[in-house]
Design a protein around this ligand. Sequence first.
Ligand SMILES: [Fe+2]
Ligand SMILES: [Fe+2]
Length: 291
Amino acid sequence: MAKSVTKSLLDIHPRELKGIIKEIPTLPVIYQELFQKMQEPNVSVPQIAEIISKDQALTVKILHLVNSAFYGYSKEIKTISRAVVILGFQAVRSAALAISVFDYFNGEDSSQIDMTQFWKHSIATGSICKVLASEIRINQQEEAFVVGLLHDTGKLIEKRYFSEDFEDLCLAAQEQQLTWFDAEKALFQINHATIGKAIFRAWKFPTSVVDAVQFHHSPDSATQYPQLAALAHLGDYMAYPLGYPSPGAIPPQGCNESALKLLGITLDDCQRLVPKFKEDLESSLEILNLV
Ligand SMILES: [Fe+2]
Ligand SMILES: [Fe+2]
């Protein structure tokens, strides 16, 4: 697997990102086939089950995840078809999206940032987004979880394929006490949110995920899925005081006011939801077993 890309982040203009991303190995074809199929309006359960069952390892992992406390179903689900029927396409798609990204970055070392802390921050953000979505009655709880879970994937692309730039970011963030986003702003023209967008678009992820990940630090600019982007922003913000900070940089210095307004929630409301966040988190952290 190519471990570095020909250019440094220093030289990359946002317009060039799409071309650079092509140098990065893609997800296995089965995932792309699956995500594309699941976006078709008339897709059937057997069609999805057939694609997944072509890959034994994926089948086992999806069943493991849907049988975990995270989905809270008490009877054992033994086949993918049943998983789709009982939990729905959305849940199975979320499980597959999570597994595909975890598999892709499997074995990433902790020399620059603590990877366990990175995944815990991701899972915590996903959990918080899911609880918030249910509290404010947004009908996209699965989507919210996935967006929270994957919001910082661009950082892993930086770490794996632009490792010298990643090192510089770690140093800048620590020495100048910056957030990761501000360190990126100081050093480069692109950041982990735009990289996340480019990579997920190339991997044919659902547009909602692509869009919300792109705008998780600038929810004001989201036009297609502003609520999901606002949720990802708030979920990320709340993960820090809950004890699940992202490694390598200082916490965000504030929460975007218009994101709160759009969601119709205040930081005091969020504070009251902390016990619920924590409860959901406990079962979500089981996902770490997949990493
Ligand atoms: Fe981020
Ligand atoms: Fe984050």
